[in-house]
Ligand binder design. Structure first.
Ligand SMILES: Cc1ncc(COP(=O)(O)O)c(C=O)c1O
Length: 421
């Protein structure tokens, strides 16, 4: 139940005082504006740095300094098993068994690797369905994947466009496209949340419809993990990948995560591009011929654990374990609704909120579409100490991440818009 909102600083401060997550604000470093914390609504792009990270990095530096190669087996977190320190928390965040998740590389690399395992164009069953306007990196990944198989992207890729007058897609429209393609469909490769509109798609229904026509369901969850609780195992999703630098606060270019459903993980017949880190640890150091993948998602690991790239994720996941994704989601729903309420009070600034109104169909982001002057307004916000981002054409994305954003931040943002535009 949402409280009756008020457009006042007193109301916002009272909400913060009642918010059990409010103390976590001081657990993060903020960029500074005029000697104060900037208002940071860009956690959908790059999450803030947890203050606990420096000591964790220092501990690994020290292990390297004092143990050198011995750090793989001794030290506070023996590096040989570094992925295993991440999987229990990742499994909780995405609703999976530990055996279904792992971390390696970065998001687009992992999408390529997973799509190579799961996309098997055979005869007329070669089509891939995506949302129109998917993140460009996903578009390039799918385009080059189908070319790799000798197919023509304009024939093999089916993009679902919003209906005239709408910026978002209905679940019926997506399912209808899947059904119409039927036995021509090989794979669905959808964003979980579209980066531009902020629309959260119905992953369970899309997956069910995809399976009913005999195809594979894969998702890019860059904007979802750490933002909205998931149940990937129960929803029967075949595979998914995400980055860790947005809501997971693991740092720029931090290691990516991925999910492969239990029904696939021990299938050694699934094609994959392998490396020794995916090999059974007991066999790994025998240095023998013959790849023997681990019978879990780690069987897709390729290279030596990138420890300094993973320490940010390990540190941040400890905070997610402490707070729990459900508590974060609860606050996120309230904070985003408060932002929406305040924006609705702004009669003289002209924009449309293109993110769905329904909380079930969005996370911590509202996308404001400005027919005119979007870029100038974005610059003016930055110059007033509000960090939001701008995406062509015309959209300012405002993402009050619940871990470190407050009701007061949202109110101050509203005040700046009200008084300056
Ligand atoms: C939805 C989505 N997919 C893919 C990417 C690209 O991720 P990476 O550069 O880690 O491969 C991003 C980056 O922001 C993204 O938002």
């Amino acid at each position: 139940m949402l409280p009756a909102f008020e457009a006042s600083l007193d109301f916002a401060v009272a909400q913060d005082n009642n918010d059990p997550l409010n103390p976590y604000k001081s657990a993060f470093h903020f960029p500074q504006f005029q000697d104060k914390n900037a208002i940071y609504f860009c956690g959908n792009s790059l999450g803030l740095q947890p203050k606990s990270l420096s000591a964790a990095v220092e501990a690994e530096l020290n292990a390297w300094k004092t143990l050198a190669v011995g750090g793989y087996f001794k030290g506070p977190n023996p590096w040989l098993y570094y992925q295993e320190y991440l999987t229990p928390s990742l499994a909780k965040l995405v609703g999976a068994d530990i055996s279904e998740v792992s971390a390696m590389n970065a998001l687009t690399v992992n999408l390529h690797l997973l799509m190579l395992s799961f996309y098997k164009p055979t005869g007329k069953r070669n089509k891939i369905v995506m949302e129109a306007g998917a993140f460009p990196s996903d578009q390039y990944a799918v385009e080059t994947l189908v070319k790799h198989f000798g197919l023509n992207p304009s024939e093999a890729i089916v993009e679902i466009e919003p209906l005239p007058g709408s910026k978002t897609l209905s679940t019926d429209q997506i399912i209808n496209t899947i059904n119409v393609l039927g036995d021509e469909l090989a794979m669905v490769m959808f964003g979980g949340i579209n980066y531009y509109t902020g629309q959260f798609f119905d992953i369970a229904s899309i997956t069910k419809a995809t399976h009913q026509v005999g195809a594979i369901a894969g998702f890019d969850l860059a904007h979802v993990v750490g933002n909205i609780p998931l149940a990937l195992h129960d929803w029967n999703v075949d595979f998914a990948a995400w980055c860790s630098y947005k809501y997971l606060n693991a740092g720029p270019g931090a290691v990516g995560g991925y999910f492969i459903h239990e029904k696939h993980v021990s299938n050694q017949a699934l094609p994959r591009l392998a490396g020794w880190w995916g090999n059974d640890e007991k066999e790994r150091f025998k240095m023998e011929k013959g790849f023997q993948p681990k019978p879990n998602a780690s069987g897709w690991n390729i290279s030596t654990a990138q420890v300094f790239n993973m320490v940010g994720l390990k540190t941040s996941l400890a905070m997610f374990d402490e707070v729990g994704i459900n508590a974060l989601r609860l606050k996120s729903i309230q904070l985003t609704a408060y932002l929406e309420y305040l924006l609705s009070q702004l009669q003289h600034v002209s924009f449309d909120i293109i993110t769905p109104k329904n909380a079930e169909a969005r996370g911590s982001q509202l996308s404001l579409y400005f027919k005119e002057n979007g870029k100038a307004i974005h610059e003016a916000l930055i110059n007033n100490g509000v960090i939001v981002d701008y995406r062509e054409p015309g959209v300012i994305r405002v993402a009050p991440a619940p871990f470190y954003c407050s009701f007061e931040d949202v109110y101050r943002f509203y005040e700046i818009l009200k008084n300056n535009f």
